[in-house]
Design a protein around this ligand. Structure first.
Ligand SMILES: O=P(O)(O)O[C@H]1[C@H](O)[C@@H](O)[C@H](O)[C@@H](O)[C@@H]1O
Ligand SMILES: [Mg+2]
Ligand SMILES: [Mg+2]
Length: 254
């Protein structure tokens, strides 16, 4: 069987060559956006150049506490998405227009559109500002009282989205995520037949740090009416306008 990773890399190089209109003799030029490089002061701006968006560990708090799910995410903007759940040894992959897979098996979102029968995943995030925490709890209360069948959280944004793609949960929403948390899994959700939406409706903007990933427009729109929206500093804001999340500081001290 052909190695899917090798064909992915061949395709990535072809995309980079096309973008840069380089001949096969010239090395290709990829750009990178990674959680750690941005934390070290590098830019978080998407350009026309093919860009790998990387989160080496998604679910850092789980990792630090050796708790359940930890994933690594890799995305070549809009072309490929890879999320690896290392403890479960599950490799979620998607290529634009070619479907989404887990360890090679095709993924399909749940067909359940009644929100009362839905499991909704979310996270409490990393911000401990009491005003932010209040809004997160207001949203959670509203979602529970829709009512939904259940609320869950894997502790990894990427894993929550892969659960939507797998049909195990109907929707995931969060305000406070970063582009590297959700880029790869966004493609996996849409290639599995799901939808992505901003928490106030309309198209999702991966730099806005707000996301709904759902099995259907119907479920996503019910959540839009329910979530108490706010806008954290964008990922592509100037470094001086970004703020460090409090739990990440403590996680890094470990
Ligand atoms: O910091 P990591 O572990 O890469 O990512 C975390 C997000 O920053 C946080 O918003 C989210 O709640 C958590 O699930 C996530 O994966
Ligand atoms: Mg992450
Ligand atoms: Mg991370």
């Amino acid at each position: 069987m052909a190695d899917p990773w090798e064909s992915t890399m061949d395709h990535a190089v072809a995309i980079a060559r096309k973008a840069g209109e380089t001949s096969s003799h010239v090395p290709v030029c990829f750009r990178f956006i990674g959680e750690e490089s941005v934390a070290a002061g590098e830019s978080c701006i998407l350009s026309d150049s093919p860009t790998w968006i990387i989160d080496p560990i998604d679910g850092t708090t789980n990792f630090v506490h050796t708790h359940l799910t930890v994933t690594s995410t890799l995305d070549l903007q809009v072309e490929f998405g890879v999320v690896y759940s290392c403890i479960e040894d599950k490799m979620f992959t998607a290529r634009r227009g070619r479907g989404a897979f887990c360890n090679g098996e095709p993924l399909q979102v749940s067909q359940q559109k009644a929100v009362e029968q839905a499991i909704v995943a979310t996270e409490f995030g990393s911000d401990r500002d009491p005003e932010v925490v209040d809004k997160i709890f207001q949203s959670l209360r509203n979602v529970l009282c829709l009512p939904v069948h259940g609320v869950r959280g894997a502790g990894s944004a990427a894993m929550n989205m892969c659960l939507v793609a797998s049909g195990c949960v109907e929707a995931y929403y969060e305000i406070g995520v970063h582009v590297w948390d959700v880029a790869a899994a966004s493609l996996i959700v849409s290639e599995a037949g799901g939808v992505l939406m901003d928490v106030e409706g309309g198209e999702v903007d991966l730099m806005s740090r707000r996301i709904i990933a759902a099995n259907s427009k119907t479920v996503a729109e019910r959540l839009v009416k329910t979530i108490v929206a706010f806008s954290p500093p964008r990922d592509d804001a100037a470094p001086s306008d970004r703020c460090e999340d409090s739990t990440h500081l403590s996680a890094r001290k470990v």
